[in-house]
Write a new protein. Structure first.
Length: 418
């Protein structure tokens, strides 16, 4: 089936999903979760083959994004079940206006329609996106990367089995079979068939979709995420936050890529960072972090010196750009110049510094004394997420159920004419 044929089939499934009650959608989601769990061994076997085929062609960190294990499958299953437990975002009356002429105007939340997601090598996106789309009344069309093609198909097959068992059209969830660039262009230009396009992946993919899409497109951002350690920081807390933000999963968009340190504590604090991220990790048998320092940080730590583009790079690896700044205002200015507007954090015990940082840093998520790794739909109580939006219109930050709805006005009268 061609991409256009798949999109027409997806569009045809919309009315059934629009008519589905909350109970019917929840029953379908639980059946989808059960099917995922039942097919876990098969999905893991297919995924092992995808990982082996990709080995040597992508980095070890990116292989980790591609790889599934029983715990990750269990997390996917749990994510679908969490979405089933969340309130239905469809049909909410957002506003009501009673006009002097007797008209009653209701602003009501409604699904988008067909939501297409273009993503790369993270298999969990398949189930997360399908669950969120279904609960919000949207038909989901998935176009995964070639490295995860077989895994995504295996996951989708299980989800479609759950839909069939629950009595909803299996075409509410589908995977595009063409992994070439042409299928992405088709999605971008499918006016009337795709109601919302969400790209999830590297900057090249996102920029291509945002620039070239003729259909509505949400910009999900690359994450050049900063942690600023203020002069008034609890330094042990700061070390814990830095290590977590950088190393707990460096291949994801909410991982820290830049460390900023106030000049008053740089000579004392930066050597502690090196010990924590290099020596201690080596002694524990873990991957150390390469620190790429600006001139002032290098004066404390020595090389390697940061290159021209290091403060504008999403490394997605065990690499951290480090700079010394003169003040919280200087940190804010550095972030304004280099951040992608995803997630940025301050570590400080000074309420005034924290207030200034949260007021002036213009990112989707701004943290005080916490790791940037919390920018995640599950961690925000959304069940799972469709992506992290770094734009400001319609949706910003982790996109959950409400961000996958629009609204329309329902106007009730008793024969009024104008």
């Amino acid at each position: 089936m061609t991409t256009m044929e798949q999109l027409r089939t997806a569009k045809a499934a919309c009315p059934a999903l629009l008519r589905a009650t909350t109970e019917e959608k929840n029953r379908a989601l639980l059946a989808m979760a059960d099917a995922l769990a039942a097919h876990a061994a098969e999905i893991l076997d297919v995924n092992r083959r995808d990982v082996e085929a990709a080995r040597g062609t992508i980095s070890e960190v990116m292989l980790d994004r591609l790889a599934l294990n029983p715990a990750r499958i269990a997390g996917m299953v749990d994510g679908v079940r969490q979405v089933a437990a969340l309130p239905d975002p469809v049909g909410r009356v957002l506003e009501t206006v009673e006009r002097p002429n007797g008209l009653r105007i209701e602003k009501v939340s409604v699904p988008m329609g067909v939501v297409a997601i273009v993503y790369e090598s993270r298999p969990n996106v398949t189930s997360d996106a399908a669950a969120l789309a279904l609960k919000s009344g949207n038909v989901c069309v998935l176009r995964g990367g070639k490295e995860a093609y077989a895994t995504a198909n295996a996951i989708t097959a299980a989800l479609r089995e759950g839909l069939r068992k629950a009595g909803l059209p299996e075409d509410c969830v589908s995977t595009i079979q063409d992994t070439g660039h042409e299928s992405v262009h088709t999605l971008m230009e499918a006016v009337g068939l795709v109601d919302l396009l969400i790209p999830r992946g590297g900057p090249g993919l996102i920029e291509a979709c945002v620039r070239g899409a003729l259909v509505p497109c949400i910009q999900t951002g690359t994450g050049i995420c900063h942690v600023y350690v203020d002069a008034a920081a609890d330094q042990e807390m700061a070390l814990n936050i830095i290590e977590n933000a950088k190393t707990s999963r460096p291949s994801v968009c909410n991982a820290e890529e830049v460390l900023l340190v106030h000049r008053q504590i740089a000579a004392e604090f930066l050597p502690k960072v090196r010990v924590r991220l290099e020596r201690d990790r080596l002694q524990a048998g873990k991957q150390p972090v390469e620190l790429r320092c600006d001139r002032r940080a290098a004066a404390v730590l020595g090389g390697p010196v940061a290159g021209e583009k290091d403060f504008d790079t999403e490394f997605l690896d065990y690499i951290l750009a480090v700079a010394v700044v003169d003040s919280v205002e200087a940190a804010i200015a550095h972030i304004a110049a280099h951040s992608t507007g995803h997630s940025d954090a301050i570590v400080t015990e000074d309420p005034a510094a924290a207030e200034l940082f949260t007021t002036l840093v213009d990112s989707a998520a701004v943290y005080v004394n916490a790791s940037t790794r919390f920018t995640d739909g599950g961690e925000f109580g959304l069940g799972c997420e469709m992506g992290i939006s770094t734009q400001k219109l319609h949706a910003r930050g982790p996109m959950g159920l409400r961000e996958l709805t629009s609204y329309k006005y329902v106007v009730r009268g008793s024969g009024q004419i104008r």
